[in-house]
Design a protein around this ligand. Structure first.
Ligand code: GDP
Length: 303
């Protein structure tokens, strides 16, 4: 289970605190719930989610007549999965991959969050599944970003369409689409720039790129994936708000979950933004990208 190793930091911190709590209280009472609330908030589960969870737990403890803190442990994980799933009744959000014809994914997010790495990992995995993949270096603002995507292209053994730094992002995306069409590509993965310093520019650039894709391929982009860095905690939440104002985000890729003890941010994102987490990054290597599975995630936090 990739989640188990990837969530090691969150799990060890969370379990240690939970075990301490259970050992300290034995019997559950109001103070127990207050301390539990604190432990969950420290794991970045998000205030709204924590409030709901505590309320559910108090009711469940009454309903099942649970008195021992140890017995409540199992209920906590069950309720966390339930709360996650409740948001739209489909706990596991499917990725919009066309079974026939070209699928286009647009990746957005601030520099440094792991956008290029995620595109590289996904290219590798799709290729392993027998799909023909093409990458487009749409972050034309930074020469380094173009270069880095090219490196990932080599690693994953897929082609990369790129222009010189400073050129029009919409033009390189256009070229990428034409190349994808003529080469019979199955999945086109488009990188974009992530400068948040100038929100108006960012919005204009993203909407221009999106318009080109929409015009050239009806129904595309099939996913607009916002990449967020889990180690930035609540900052990731505010980035998500900014980007969802700039463009229609269809899903989130949460990277670097392996590097944080605050993996609960996944639940906060779902609850507070109502955007499904579709993939998670659990390391720096090619295979460290997983489709998000709430059950595996929550149990990865506990077991
Ligand atoms: P970009 O600027 O958004 O394209 O970010 P990069 O893809 O260049 O990634 C920035 C750094 O984060 C690199 O050092 C990556 O190796 C690292 N990184 C990306 N995803 C993950 C992840 O899931 N886990 C860990 N530990 N590091 C990651």
């Amino acid at each position: 289970n990739k989640y188990k190793s990837g969530l090691e930091k969150t799990r060890s911190s969370f379990s240690t605190k939970l075990n301490d709590l259970v050992a300290r209280y034995r019997k559950i009472d109001e103070e127990f719930f207050e301390d539990l609330e604190e432990v969950l908030i420290q794991a970045d589960v998000g205030v709204m989610t924590v409030m709901d969870l505590i309320e559910e737990l108090e009711m469940e403890a009454k309903r099942q007549n649970i008195k021992d803190a140890a017995d409540l442990r199992e209920v906590i994980s069950e309720k966390l999965v339930e709360i996650y799933a409740d948001e739209d009744n489909t706990a596991e959000a499917p990725v919009n991959m066309q079974s026939d014809g070209l699928t286009v994914f647009l990746f957005v997010g601030v520099n440094g969050v792991g956008k290029t790495t995620t595109i590289g990992k996904m290219a590798h995995q799709l290729k392993q599944q027998g799909k023909k993949v093409l990458l487009v270096a749409g972050d034309t603002f930074r020469a380094g970003a173009i270069e880095q995507l090219a490196v990932w292209g080599e690693r994953a053994e897929v082609d990369v369409i790129k222009h010189n730094a400073g050129s029009d992002p919409a033009a390189v995306i256009y070229d990428g689409i034409q190349a994808a069409k003529s080469r019979g590509v199955d999945v086109l993965l488009c990188d974009t720039a992530g400068r948040l310093q100038n929100k108006v520019n960012l919005m204009n650039e993203l909407s221009k790129v999106k318009r080109v894709i929409e015009r050239e391929i009806p129904g595309a982009p099939h996913e607009v994936l916002l990449v967020l860095d889990a180690t930035t905690g609540q900052n990731a939440l505010s980035q998500a708000k900014t980007f969802s104002q700039a463009t229609d985000v269809s899903g989130i890729v949460l990277t670097k979950l392996d590097g944080t003890a605050k993996g609960g941010i996944v639940l906060a994102i779902r609850k507070e933004l109502k955007i499904p987490v579709k993939y998670v990054g659990l390391g720096e290597q090619m295979n460290d990208l997983e489709k998000f599975d709430p059950h595996a995630f929550v149990y990865g936090l506990f077991s």
